[in-house]
Design a protein. Structure first.
Length: 776
């Protein structure tokens, strides 16, 4: 049963010698030789052997420790091969029929124990089946074109590495002449002529596959030509009546066409003559995919008009379908109703908000989050209760989505081909609007590291209304109003540590409003950051051994430096570096397990206080799994991104997670000194189109306050004030500034109040609440 028919080993005073020969050259003998340690014959065709001869067919070559030495010579079954190790020098030689044909440059270990080891290449057992790429049967649609691939062939064969396919005569070979075998790998069965079901519907061919050992297998392959059905309908992208406005200034899309056709893969649309084609000259068919029905800009009418065109769709098999498409063109004839048949109520602004989230270390965009967006449609009061309204929204920003929250089927996305939608049948009191999801369309001026940097702007769309009476006849003139949408776009950055659910009630976090300060991006400055709840704990490693957690590099997240010097992509990527035995969990069997701690920040101050950092055992943690699932759950402005688990000391499983904290990057190092000339009437106004970061120094402000020693600072979210000398607190007893509450002016605007004195003069700052204040 072995491919080695003789073997003889000897241990003599001069060294080690092994002799062997193979039973055949067609059943490749594989790799055989002397090896330290493992000497059991392998079942594979390749093994890492210290000194080996690799026999393949009528050739053999030398392999040492898995590497080819390039020494090749011929081989027959009559040849006797030998490998010798000299006891005195450790020199290894390879012999064929007692003649050395290669001397190794690798000296053997004379203190090691060697044995004979082999890895037979193949038994050449043969092929057991011929398989096809389509397991559900082989069919091809008619009129698909010449030289169509019917199936990709493969062999069921466990002990070979290559196969060749050919057509052979015999039972089932009646249609061999109609096909060929080709393709890049010469394993595709190809029908030469264009398939035509009326000419021939059923085919039978016989294929033989041969493996690299010479074994063969034959199989009859039957396949059918499936008749192709013509398209049954032309459908539109909008489920409502097709409505556009005259003279759009450029071509305006009426609708996107699609074919109802289950057995084709591509379609071509054309305008054709016939019934309903009277207005073909007013439109064209174009767009990126050639499936857009477009109104030409030359359409000029004095009143609304109905139009019809005739369109033909042809599938890739040559089958066609025709349809009359009707649409309405609205006249641009004014903004008031001549018949006074309805009135508008108050027009309130709509709102739409969009938050962009980016990962800190890897600068990876993670997603958009929309707010509770509303599109406010004014009340439409009909003077004649028997009338109905035609309501159209137009001039919609490309990419903007209008949808009916009470009916998800009523959804419209504006595109370069169509910026209007008929919403007559929608629930007008329950509409929502999402602005286009273009990454940083309006907030791209903000610097890396910014969080919740917000920009506000307006988008406008047109609401057009007219009425139709009980007989469905349109009457009156279109009345239009402009709907303003107040949009806010914000950007935030996130950084990830791993949190353990210590109280077993779910992962809990704190939002930015808790004002926790910690160097979450490991740049040397503390940031205002989302944080772990006091009942849960951060997984930490005190790398520098100073007894505290200094910054995010001692957490497990995007700021962790891996062994290769790169930053981890997330907390679990950082943690798996400590899995020294590669068993997928972190426990006492791993070398650095005892270096891991749990930091439970009981007072949520971002500072490692005494007794807050404890061992895993004291925290009732025995094992942390490296397996996780993506979740993307929002919690107080943070994202529970990757959900995993840990086991307590009794083996019970609890929640762990890689949580991505939102944070406001400390920009103290980027601040600029105040230009006194910017102060006007004891007011510093930072309201502009950019992010201001201003350093304020007591001595420079004395002459700039009013008679009440006050300096009023106005600004917006994204602006920062850096108070030189810091804020006086328990942690900073030498701070130059004291916070003395808040103050509200006559307009209801709220200010944070800070004051400082040099013993002679006092400076009091009233800082608008949207401005960020450096509290170090």
């Amino acid at each position: 049963s072995t491919v080695i028919n003789t073997e003889e080993t000897a241990l003599a005073s001069e060294g080690i010698s092994v002799q062997f020969s193979a039973s055949s050259t067609t059943a490749n003998a594989g790799m055989w030789g002397l090896n330290t340690g493992e000497t059991t014959t392998s079942s594979t065709s390749y093994a890492i052997i210290d000194y080996a001869i690799y026999i393949s067919g009528s050739n053999m070559s030398i392999y040492e420790n898995g590497s080819s030495k390039g020494a090749s010579t011929s081989y027959t079954t009559d040849d006797v091969l030998s490998i010798n190790i000299d006891r005195e020098s450790g020199v290894v030689t390879y012999l064929k029929n007692d003649v050395v044909f290669y001397t190794s440059t690798n000296i053997a270990n004379l203190d090691a124990e060697y044995g004979f080891l082999g890895a037979p290449y193949s038994t050449g057992a043969g092929i057991t089946d011929l398989k096809f790429s389509d397991t559900n049967g082989i069919n091809i649609y008619e009129n698909a074109g010449e030289n169509q691939t019917i199936a990709v062939l493969s062999a069921e064969d466990d002990d070979s590495t290559s196969w060749t396919y050919e057509l052979v005569s015999g039972d089932g070979s009646t249609d061999n002449a109609a096909v060929s075998i080709g393709g890049v790998n010469n394993n595709e069965l190809i029908l030469v002529a264009n398939p035509n079901a009326s000419t021939q519907e059923n085919y039978s061919v016989r294929v033989q596959v041969t493996d690299n050992h010479g074994n063969t297998y034959e199989e009859i392959i039957a396949f059918n030509v499936v008749p192709n059905a013509a398209p049954t309908d032309i459908e539109f992208s909008s489920t409502e009546a097709l409505v556009v406005r005259e003279n759009p200034g450029e071509e305006e899309g009426i609708t996107v066409l699609s074919a109802k056709d289950d057995d084709s893969s591509s379609w071509t649309y054309t305008l054709i003559s016939g019934d309903g084609s009277s207005n073909n000259a007013l439109v064209s068919i174009g767009g990126v995919n050639g499936d857009e029905l477009i109104l030409k800009s030359s359409v000029d009418i004095s009143e609304d008009a109905n139009y019809s065109v005739r369109i033909q769709v042809e599938d890739n098999h040559g089958k066609t379908f025709e349809k009359i498409v009707e649409f309405k063109v609205l006249a641009n004839s004014g903004t008031t109703s001549s018949n006074g048949d309805f009135t508008f109520g108050d027009v309130d602004d709509s709102t739409s908000s969009l938050l962009y989230t980016w990962g800190q270390a890897v600068q990876k965009f993670t997603g958009h989050t929309f707010g509770d967006n509303e599109l406010n449609i004014p009340d439409i009061t009909l003077n004649n209760l028997s009338d109905n309204t035609i309501v159209v929204l137009s001039n919609i920003q490309i990419g903007m989505v209008i949808f009916d929250k009470s009916n998800p089927d009523n959804t419209f996305t504006s595109s370069i081909y169509n910026t209007s939608v008929d919403v007559s049948s929608w629930d007008l009191e329950n509409l929502s609007v999402n602005v286009a999801q273009n990454i940083f369309t309006h907030v791209n001026s903000y610097s890396y590291g910014s969080v919740y940097r917000t920009d506000a702007y307006q988008e406008e769309i047109t609401l057009s209304v007219r009425t139709k009476d009980a007989t469905n006849q349109e009457q009156g003139v279109i009345q239009e109003v402009s709907l303003s949408i107040n949009v806010t776009e914000s950007a935030r950055w996130i950084s990830s540590p791993i949190i353990l659910d210590l109280d077993h009630d779910g992962i809990e976090t704190l939002g930015l409003e808790n004002a926790v300060r910690f160097d979450i991006d490991a740049d040397g400055d503390k940031d205002k950051t989302g944080w772990v709840g006091a009942d849960d704990g951060l997984l930490v490693r005190d790398i520098n051994g100073d007894g505290i957690i200094n910054d995010a590099s001692e957490l497990f997240g995007e700021e962790t430096i891996k062994n290769d010097g790169t930053k981890a992509k997330d907390g679990y990527d950082a943690l798996k570096e400590l899995d020294s035995n590669n068993d997928g969990v972190i426990n006492k069997d791993d070398e650095l397990f005892d270096e891991l701690k749990v930091w439970r920040d009981l007072n949520s101050d971002g500072i490692t206080d005494e007794n807050e950092m404890i061992s895993l055992e004291a925290a009732n943690v025995s094992e942390i799994s490296l397996q996780y699932e993506e979740s993307n759950i929002e919690d107080k402005g943070n994202i529970i991104g990757l959900q995993g688990s840990y086991k307590d000391n009794e083996g019970n499983e609890h929640a762990a997670a890689d949580v991505w904290f939102s944070y406001d990057k400390n920009s103290a190092s980027e601040g600029i000194d105040l230009d006194i000339n910017r102060i006007n009437n004891s007011t510093l106004n930072l309201n502009n189109d950019k992010q201001d970061i201003i350093n304020l120094k007591f001595d420079e402000l004395i002459a700039s306050t009013n008679e009440d020693d006050e300096l009023i600072i106005l600004g917006e979210r994204g602006d920062s004030i850096i108070l030189d000398g810091g804020i006086k607190s328990d942690e900073n007893e030498d701070g130059k500034w004291e916070q003395s509450g808040t103050k509200e002016d006559e307009e209801g605007k709220t200010y944070s109040v800070f004051q400082s004195t040099n013993g002679t003069s006092i400076v009091k700052l009233l800082i608008e609440e949207d401005i960020d204040i450096n509290t170090f």
